[in-house]
Design a protein around this ligand. Structure first.
Ligand code: FES
Length: 117
C-alpha cells in the first residue's frame, strides 16, 4: 500500500503550470489544470526529458522536445511520437488553516489495460 508524501502547497503550482518534485527518488511532475492537481512521472516516455518543463494545455501536458501530449489522468500519450504511457500518482489535497498542501502517493497508480485515454 502506498503512503502519501507532502511535496508542495497549491500556491506553489498555479493553474496552468507544473512543478517538478522528487518522491522516493522518483521525479514527478505536479500539474495544476482547470480540473485539479495531477501527478505524473516527470520523465517523458519517448526520451529522457522533463515533462514539467512542457506546456500545460487543457488537462494535458505537452512534452517540450517533440510535442507529445499526455493525459494527466491516465498518463497516456495523446499524440506521437510517444507511444507509451507515463506512470501517474494519486494526489490528495490537505487543508490546514489557510494553506492547502499537495500530497502525492509514493508508488505509481497501477496501470489498467482499459484503453482509456
Ligand atoms: S522526448 Fe517527449 S515527445 Fe520526444
Amino acid at each position: 500500500m502506498s503512503d502519501f508524501v507532502r511535496v508542495a502547497t497549491v500556491a506553489d503550482v498555479p493553474i496552468g503550470t507544473s512543478l517538478k518534485v522528487v518522491v522516493k527518488e522518483r521525479d514527478i511532475a505536479l500539474v495544476n489544470c482547470d480540473e485539479g492537481v495531477f501527478a505524473i512521472s516527470d520523465i517523458c516516455s519517448h526520451a529522457d526529458v522533463s515533462l514539467s518543463e512542457g506546456e500545460v494545455i487543457d488537462c494535458t501536458i505537452e512534452c517540450w522536445l517533440h510535442g507529445s501530449q499526455f493525459n494527466l489522468r491516465t498518463g497516456a500519450p495523446l499524440s506521437p511520437p510517444a507511444i507509451f504511457a507515463v506512470p501517474t500518482y494519486e494526489v490528495r489535497l490537505v487543508a490546514e488553516g489557510d494553506v492547502t498542501f499537495i500530497e502525492v502517493a509514493s508508488e505509481p497508480t497501477p496501470v489498467t489495460n482499459d484503453g482509456a485515454k
